[in-house]
Design a protein around this ligand. Structure first.
Ligand code: SF4
Length: 330
């Protein structure tokens, strides 16, 4: 049966939820699991014409965020950051320029959900002016209105990163509907979407993985994939431990098979060779703030450089795109 589901996916047919659940339920290191990973890699290579990308994110601030997502170091409840700290406009520009120089295929600007939107637009506009016109800029911010989506587009963003996270509305104070409205607002403004099944923890059921996988497929993004949750010390979520990279490779492979060929990208985070070998063709470098880190600036800590990510992709036998993201130019 698993062989048949894999063949159906590779032939370009859409998998139904029971089929996706069957793929998620296959035991790790079994013959069938190897078949899933091999098929995922094949589908990724076909969908992206054999190339992988490195995107790089500049986090503008750390702050105790009232949205209180249990998995995030910025959440008020996790008591990691008690005060707001922001990098300066000049620092943000410098970090974005550095990523451009290092060869990132797209540059993301991220802030916490309660960061003033006008300020985000203002600083992002200055970043945009200092980058080459062809450099792809992507926004990673909280939920936004139709009007704000238009402002992001007018500022020069090609797209957004946004996700209905695992545990949305249960482990966060944000409704699933609010996240979906934001995706629709972005779509109407002409912003391209990148998304992901994240942050995966050991406690998540196959049913929830399937549900979130289908949400990412229905959102018609240019990439989806899967990323694991990084435990924030002394938090409730930390008690669940961390999903192994081997299991994440299986999960991102199933997500790849559940998504159609029109979606070229398959992401994983944090970057690792086994995930990339299993079909992940998009990795992230990070600078500034990072919701998985307890340090104010993630460089040299959890955050990897563009060169680190390229090395991981090369170890996994991927050719890395030179120049602007092909995913976001799709
Ligand atoms: S994930 Fe985003 S919305 Fe949730 S607490 Fe962190 S910064 Fe706030």
């Amino acid at each position: 049966m698993i062989k048949e589901i894999i063949r159906k996916s590779l032939n370009g047919a859409t998998l139904v939820k029971e089929e996706i659940a069957s793929l998620f339920s296959v035991p790790l290191f079994s013959e069938e699991s190897s078949m899933i990973i091999a098929a995922s890699r094949k589908k990724s290579e076909t969908a992206s014409r054999g190339t992988a990308e490195v995107h790089a994110q500049v986090g503008l601030n750390v702050a105790p965020c009232p949205k209180n997502c249990a998995f995030c170091s910025f959440a008020v409840r996790n008591k990691v950051f008690s005060e707001t700290r922001e990098i300066s406009r000049q620092e943000a520009i410098k970090k974005a320029k550095q990523f451009e120089t290092d060869g990132a295929n797209a540059i993301y600007v991220m802030s916490t959900a309660d960061y003033p939107f006008e300020k985000f637009i203002d600083i992002s506009g200055d970043i945009r002016k200092k980058l080459h016109p062809e450099t792809i800029l992507v926004a990673n911010v909280g939920d936004f209105s139709k009007d704000q989506a238009g402002q992001l587009k007018d500022t020069g963003f090609s797209g957004i990163y946004h996700a209905v996270r695992l545990g949305e509305g249960r482990d966060t104070t944000i409704r699933v509907e609010t996240r979906l409205e934001t995706l629709e607002n972005a779509r109407q403004a002409g912003l391209i979407l990148g998304t992901c099944v994240e942050p995966v923890g050991n406690e998540h059921s196959v049913e929830e993985l399937v549900e979130k996988t289908i949400i990412t497929r229905d959102a018609k993004p240019v990439y989806s994939g899967s990323a694991r949750r990084i435990p924030i010390p002394n938090t409730k979520m930390a008690e669940y431990g961390v999903v192994s990279e081997a299991r994440m490779a299986h999960i991102l492979a199933v997500v790849r098979l559940a998504l159609n060929y029109a979606i070229p990208g398959n992401c994983t985070h944090e970057p690792n060779v086994i995930g990339a070998a299993a079909g992940a063709n998009l990795l992230w470098a990070e600078a500034g703030s990072n919701p998985r880190d307890t340090e104010q600036e993630t460089e040299g800590k959890r955050g990897m450089t563009v060169m680190d990510c390229v090395r991981v992709l090369h170890e996994a036998e991927w050719k890395v795109t030179q120049g602007p993201s092909k995913f976001f130019s799709a």
